[in-house]
Design a protein. Structure first.
Length: 109
């Protein structure tokens, strides 16, 4: 009886195509790449370029929201000295990575 049932079906199980089974994962990876990875890399590249182009007398803003003017760049320590108060000549030393933007460019543009 088992043989009769096997012959009646006529279909033999087939192996699924490996490309068809991997296609959804490939599609998800491509979506993540174009929506998350690629824009983040672009943003990092722009920030690195901005840090490389810092110069004395640039008005900058830090990650903590402190606004000041660069008075010295210490390349050996990878830091910048920022004057935050003109009247008392208060200066703070920051890592270059703490600078989030240059305000001079925004005022000109």
């Amino acid at each position: 009886m088992f043989n009769v049932l096997m012959q009646a079906g006529g279909n033999t199980p087939t192996q699924p195509n490996i490309f068809a089974s991997l296609f959804p994962f490939l599609l998800i990876f491509l979506i993540f790449y174009f929506l998350l990875i690629r824009p983040q890399r672009k943003k990092q590249k722009e920030h690195q370029q901005m840090m490389n182009n810092l110069k004395v007398h640039d008005d900058v803003i830090t990650t903590g929201g402190i606004i000041g003017k660069i008075v010295n760049i210490k390349k050996d320590k990878n830091t910048v000295v920022v004057r935050v108060d003109e009247t008392t000549n208060t200066k703070i030393e920051f890592q270059k990575g703490a600078i989030t933007g240059v305000l001079n460019e925004e005022k000109k543009g």
